[in-house]
Design a protein around this ligand. Structure first.
Ligand SMILES: C[S@@+](CC[C@H](N)C(=O)[O-])C[C@H]1O[C@@H](n2cnc3c(N)ncnc32)[C@H](O)[C@@H]1O
Length: 222
């Protein structure tokens, strides 16, 4: 039974996230999921021309919105399988009066599912920045196989980096951090820096790991 539970049938990969759904969505959020979301799905035309940023597991999307505002000339793609997180983002990037997408967020694209499906759909896609902030730490030993940032996935991300592309990872779970550093030994990725000002995200502020600060990794292929 455990094995079956761990399988995400869509991705045919071990499931790395907790829930897909939380509490019932408001009518407005439901409307946005049905009407806006399909319009801002990533398309092949989004890749290749502009500086492209990917955020994996954006939660409620606070950091994705910052990326969008601070990189108006870039395409900012977010992947998140938790429907309530996606709906929270859609609500925050649209006007309450007429549900239209706010001008400053027109560069956002949303893949409402496992990022591995997005990468399978666009096998040649390249990203200039890939952000993974507070990936689910799966602290119990029997759940270790659910950790997203294993060496296979890191190798996959490395193939999706542009020539000067960077992967930015942050976690307050220091044991997971050390585990990722170990996984990196089975990749060609290099640690360029571990120095980043603390990025406040919803999950980081909960500080479930009880550590004094998040730790960061900035990686590149060269
Ligand atoms: C601990 S939360 C952190 C959310 C947010 N980054 C923050 O810092 O507040 C981890 C998020 O990663 C998402 N996630 C897990 N596996 C994923 C995958 N394979 N593809 C995309 N998102 C994933 C989960 O649904 C969850 O929302």
């Amino acid at each position: 039974m455990e094995k079956q539970e761990l399988k995400d049938l869509n991705a045919q990969e071990i499931r790395t996230f907790g829930r897909r759904h939380g509490k019932k969505l408001s009518n407005r959020k439901q409307w946005l999921m049905e009407n806006l979301l399909p319009k801002i799905a990533p398309k092949s035309a989004d890749f290749g021309n502009k500086h492209t940023i990917l955020e994996i597991g954006f939660g409620n999307g606070e950091h994705l919105r910052d990326l969008s505002i601070n990189n108006q000339e870039s395409i900012v793609i977010g992947a998140e399988p938790f429907a309530n997180g996606v709906a929270a983002l859609l609500s925050a990037i649209t006007s309450e009066s007429d549900n239209s997408l706010m001008e400053q967020y027109k560069n956002i694209r949303v893949h409402p599912d496992d990022v591995r499906l997005l990468l399978k759909k666009f096998p040649d896609s390249k990203f200039d920045e890939i952000w993974v902030l507070h990936p689910d730490p799966w602290p119990k030993a029997r759940h270790e196989k659910r950790r997203l940032l294993n060496h296979e996935f890191l190798n996959l991300l490395s193939k999706h980096l542009s020539k000067t592309g960077k992967i930015i990872i942050g976690t307050d779970h220091w044991e997971y951090y050390d585990w990722i550093v170990e996984q990196l030994k089975q990749t060609n990725l290099k640690i360029k820096s571990t120095d980043l000002d603390i990025i406040k995200t919803r999950y980081q502020m909960k500080n479930k790991a009880g550590t004094s600060n998040p730790k960061y990794l900035i990686l590149s292929n060269n």
